[in-house]
Design a binder for this molecule. Structure first.
Ligand code: NDP
Length: 291
């Protein structure tokens, strides 16, 4: 391996410590930021995320409010809860864990969250603010990914950046963040022709696809910064029946032999997401109080 390993786990720990320090300073002024997390249904992966979010919120010195609703919850009921949280002065951030059960329209829920409490950054107001370069709440995963890019390549102006994936949660906001930093940005997706050739141009390559090890070593420009957002569970070669392991969208060993810097999976972008959620909650708490 020739690439520098970008240690997202360590970076996230540092970010959480910085957030906790600011939270302590706010608490001394009588302000304790609060994050409300809403989970509808019993999806086991979502339950783990929600538990981790709550634990890290408390660890950072903030208040955590958890709302668990049954899978049968109707849209009106969920919207009513969101309205209550919007009006609650103790709540600075609201996160409704996705995916939601089929009877609920996720977009309606996202649009019901007060933009100043939208710590996921999914509300059209925050999407628009990011697109127009105004201050706002930025989606946690691309925000974390951009911090990791900054840590190894602080100036991306004029560089070629390729983002694979155009979701509203990762790909599009990631591209906006890179554009804000004056990179020349290409967004690739499932209809892109000759994806390998497009990727080979990239000085900064972000993979947010959800396909295990799709990006091969010979797709990487020598020296490039490679950010692997993908989290894919695949059968484990060692271990018995039913054993699985996590891999990214990038074939790590191959890519690490060519890249200048690369994030591992796990331990790369993943840990940054919750750390950025805490940072966004702190930002929302300060902004709401004019601090
Ligand atoms: P989506 O499924 O919403 O988007 C995937 C994107 O990849 C789409 O834009 C799709 O294109 C594109 N795509 C699919 N197949 C190909 C292909 N063969 N070639 C090129 N592009 C392709 O996923 P998300 O954006 O939500 O997540 C992406 C990955 O990131 C997942 O593995 C997810 O688990 C992970 N993730 C990790 C997070 C974390 O680290 N905390 C948080 C969020 C996500 P098209 O639009 O044309 O269909």
């Amino acid at each position: 391996m020739t690439a520098t390993l970008i240690d997202g786990k360590a970076f996230a720990a540092g970010l959480r410590a910085r957030v906790a320090e600011e939270v302590r300073a706010l608490a001394a002024r009588g302000v304790v930021p609060g994050l409300a997390v809403v989970l509808v249904g019993e999806d086991p992966a979502s339950a783990v995320y929600v538990r981790n979010k709550a634990a890290q919120t408390v660890e950072a010195g903030m208040r955590s409010f958890q709302h668990r609703l049954p899978a049968s919850t109707g849209q009106a009921e969920l919207l009513a809860l969101v309205a209550t949280l919007n009006a609650d002065p103790a709540v600075d951030g609201i996160l409704v864990q996705l995916p939601l059960p089929a009877q609920i329209d996720p977009q309606a829920v996202i649009e019901a969250i007060a933009p100043e409490k939208d710590v996921d950054g999914f509300h059209p107001m925050n999407v628009g603010r990011l697109a127009t370069g105004m201050a706002g709440l930025v989606p946690c995963t691309p925000l974390g990914a951009s911090m990791l890019i900054d840590s190894v390549r602080p100036d991306v102006a004029g560089l070629e950046a390729v983002v694979i994936g155009r979701s509203s949660i990762v790909g599009k906001p990631m591209a906006q963040l890179l554009l804000q930093r004056s990179a020349t940005v290409t967004i690739a997706h499932s209809r892109t022709r000759d994806l390998a050739a497009v990727c080979r141009r990239a000085d900064v390559l972000v993979a947010a696809v959800g396909r295990p090890e799709m990006v091969r070593g010979d797709w990487i420009k020598p020296g490039a910064v490679v950010i692997d957002v993908g989290i894919n569970r695949v059968p484990s070669p060692e271990g018995g029946e039913g054993r699985t392991r996590l891999v990214g969208d990038v074939a790590f060993a191959e890519a690490a032999a060519v890249a200048g810097a690369i994030t591992p999976v796990p331990g790369g972008v993943g840990p940054m997401t919750i750390a950025c959620l805490l940072a966004n909650t702190l930002q929302a708490a300060k902004a709401r109080r004019g601090i």
